[in-house]
Design a protein around this ligand. Sequence first.
Ligand code: MG
Length: 246
Amino acid sequence: MPHDRSAPPRVDWSASAAYLDFDGTLVDLAPRPEDVRLGTRERTLLQALTERCSGGVAILSGRDLENLRPHLDGLPVILSGSHGAQIDINGDPTLVPGAGVGIEAAFNVLKPFADANGLLIERKAAAIAVHYRAQPAMADEVTARIDSLAAGHPGLKPVHGKMVSELASKEYSKGTALIQLSNHPRFARRTPVAIGDDTTDEDMFRAARSVGGIGIKIGAGQTTANYRFDTRADMTRWLAETLEDC
Ligand SMILES: [Mg+2]
């Protein structure tokens, strides 16, 4: 696995499919998840990208579909939520079978803990997220609680992201969503290009590479991606350049 990562080359989108993370990739992270807004520039770029890829653009998020959808309203992109457990193709959302098992019981354990410590807890269709951006000193304790609950349930895994720890279905990830989507007519026979900024995106980087595509990481940290941008702004600039005058 290479350790140095450079910016990616120009991508020929007419032969590629884009798999994009949302928070930290298409929008800046905000103190509260509900505070983010897709910018005009990003919206314009997504529109152009979708045209260039003939519809082969998917947004893969840890957010619930219901939470993700309003941010991308009007854009002809495919959405996947809850870390790959939900995929929405043509307004027909599916919850992957088995996803969500054990979530209710874990939520009942975590809710009093979150409430007592001023943490934002989010119940998703197939995951629970505990956000500690407002209480950064709680990071270790939140992480330990999530790890412990995951260890006690065969169907759940811990997912630690930026200022958030989650319990999610073990069987599914952004990687399984990418593989599933890559067999869909809108994505088939197109080289996957996966772009994300967080640990949860590593699954889709690996999945993209396993089927001949590439992964692009935004920001610092160990990664299995082939390429890296230091900042979201750098990625946005590159994306705009790849969409120019073709
Ligand atoms: Mg992200």
